[in-house]
Design a protein around this ligand. Sequence first.
Ligand SMILES: Nc1nc2c(ncn2[C@@H]2O[C@H](COP(=O)(O)OP(=O)(O)O)[C@@H](O)[C@H]2O)c(=O)[nH]1
Ligand SMILES: [Mg+2]
Length: 353
Amino acid sequence: MDESRLTSTSMNEVLERFKAGKPAALSRGISIVENQRDGFEAFLHAAMQTKLQGRRIGLTGPPGAGKSSLVALLTEFYISQGERVGVLAVDPTSPQTGGALLGDRIRMNDIAIDENVFIRSMATRGSLGGLAATTKEILDLMDCFGFDRLLAETVGVGQTEFEIARAVDTVVVVLVPESGDSIQAMKAGLMEIADIFIVNKADRPGSDKLVKEVRQAIHLRSGHNFKGFAGHHGPVIEVHDTAELNELDDELGWEPLVLKTNALTGEGIQELTQAIESHEEWIQGSGELQKRRKLRTEVRIREVMHRELVNRSIASRTVNKILTKRVEAVLSGHATPYSVAMELVDQFLEKDQ
Ligand SMILES: Nc1nc2c(ncn2[C@@H]2O[C@H](COP(=O)(O)OP(=O)(O)O)[C@@H](O)[C@H]2O)c(=O)[nH]1
Ligand SMILES: [Mg+2]
């Protein structure tokens, strides 16, 4: 059925079936959010009347690094532990959509029919509110559907991936020996978001070298932060701003792990699951999870506010009326887009509240 034809009655139906735990309703719900169907925010609000508590793992890295293969192996592992797993793969580089993205993995096909697994792929299309925002909303929706574990695969690394990374608890960055620009990418900020580095395709030449390089980069980074600082138990260096302080906290508590995997043979997967578990224990025990969730919630509220304000100002009659009139003033040189915009914002905030 064409989602755009959904009436609000059928949206309610979807909601009811969603709450009853029907995977088909989750699929429909995701489409509603993805396409920002009228009333999708009310839909999310109704669906989210429950605590979000899925454990969230994000995998990011260059195309072809083996993220999907690793996601398949992780999924297999978690369902073998009796967990219910939700997978969201965001791949703007792939022309394919739907299950096709993951469906070409024989392994994925195998697990895709398991009732404890839900897999959804998403291209950029349909993400009207921005890919990052939509992805986060879909993750939330999947979370309140009740998965124990959420796996998010994104192609990175760019601003979108950084944002999505903030929506998960543990970020796994997947690199491969042949992506020569890996270290370059790290300089662009990968170090900030990675909790675990995976050097996949361990069967390929150069993987040990890459592991070494990544470890060096990690140490260089902490070396830089701890310039003149004796070590973890030494005197605390002077810190001038909170961002720096947070980084310092991170450094003291968690140093990214670097592991090698071969997703074709499954080599290193057990170590990966252990690394994820250690990281989860650390974020829970250290209060970092609490901190991340708080920040995440704050950002989400602001994003929704931002979207709402934009939509309301577009629909505002006051704004539209003045806008039409003031365009002439700009054209004749009596005003500038800036003065008019300021006037409009002031008017909008006063009159439309
Ligand atoms: N040789 C080798 N190939 C791998 C490994 N992991 C994945 N691949 C292959 O690399 C290709 C891309 O894998 P995929 O999981 O789709 O990568 P993604 O784009 O990061 O999701 C596929 O053909 C995989 O079979 C590995 O550890 N070794
Ligand atoms: Mg993939």
